[in-house]
Design a protein around this ligand. Structure first.
Ligand code: AMP
Ligand code: MN
Ligand code: MN
Ligand code: MN
Length: 283
């Protein structure tokens, strides 16, 4: 019976992408939850990192890991690659992230047009307003659909319209998983396969491309699955990482609470060691 609070969360989102809270608020919430280590891993953007870092520096009692989460181009399923300790200022990396975000913007426009055709009248202006400067995602579209009363919950928007097999789903520009891993490595980051349960078939080819870790201690997975994934990580010599995939205090229906994952301290130590190795290799 272990109920000690978790102290490490390596997978979180802010409103720099589709999270509910500002980077400063995520840091404040992490402190409230008494986290020792926090990584911010927004979708296709590093815009929240500087702000989170400043908030962390102002308080000094929490360790911050800069990160990013890249969605990859795979037919029929979601493969997401996390990049830890990424050198976010690198121009080549920023140019690619910018390209992904342009793709997100265009796709959101297409989705709204299709929704209008399907008799779900929402305005792209409102989607842009809600997203602000964020990397636009389907949750922003879903939020407008809820607000306009077309669906009751965001998950209903996904189920009926904008989920992968939904009538208003559109593809956008993304990298293949091995290319996403290479991009993270190019940015001197440590590449980790996020919520890998349904995409384990990809692991061998990703290891070949330089994958360093597997998100085993994912808060939405039950313990047996987490342990099974840990065995997979061991088999391939991957670092077993973990996190909550926190998106906000009011997004709990779909995601987990901040700090909910049981992540061992060794995950952080190993990520740091790997970061140093990657830096040496790239010199
Ligand atoms: P996108 O990044 O635009 O492809 O949108 C994917 C994001 O939508 C994920 O990162 C989640 O935050 C969110 N999401 C995915 N499925 C659902 C769902 N069923 N209900 C609510 N949010 C979801
Ligand atoms: Mn998300
Ligand atoms: Mn993800
Ligand atoms: Mn995520």
């Amino acid at each position: 019976m272990r109920t000690a609070p978790a102290r490490i969360d390596l997978h979180t989102h802010s409103n720099a992408s589709d999270g509910e809270h500002s980077p400063e608020e995520v840091v404040a919430l992490a402190r409230q939850r008494r986290l020792r280590v926090l990584a911010l891993t927004d979708h296709d953007t590093t815009a929240g990192i500087e702000r989170a870092l400043n908030a962390v520096r102002a308080v000094g009692d929490i360790e911050f890991i800069p990160g990013v989460e890249l969605s990859c181009d795979v037919p029929g399923t979601e493969v997401h690659v996390l990049g830890y300790f990424i050198e976010w200022q690198m121009p080549e990396l920023q140019a690619m992230l910018e390209k992904f975000r342009e793709g997100r913007f265009g796709r959101a426009q297409q989705m709204v047009a299709k929704l209008n055709e399907l008799g779900v009248p929402i305005s792209f202006e409102r989607v842009k307003e809600i997203a602000g400067d964020a990397s636009i995602g389907r949750p922003h579209v879903a939020q407008v659909m809820v607000e306009a009363g077309h669906v009751e919950h965001m998950s209903e928007a996904f189920e009926k319209y904008i989920g992968r097999n939904g009538p208003a789903y559109f593809e956008r520009y993304r990298l293949t998983p091995p290319d996403a891993i290479r991009l993270v490595l190019q940015g001197r980051g440590v590449p980790v396969l996020a919520h890998p349960d349904r995409v384990l078939d990809y692991v061998p080819s990703l290891v070949e491309a330089g994958l360093a870790g597997l998100e085993c201690w994912y808060a939405q997975y039950d313990k047996p699955l987490q342990r099974q994934l840990n065995d997979v990580a061991k088999h391939y010599g991957l670092i077993a990482t973990g996190g909550s995939d926190f998106h906000g205090l009011h997004r709990m229906g779909h995601m987990s609470a901040l700090g909910e994952a049981d992540v061992p301290a060794s995950a952080v130590t190993k990520l740091k060691k790997k970061k140093i190795e990657i830096e040496r290799m790239k010199k």
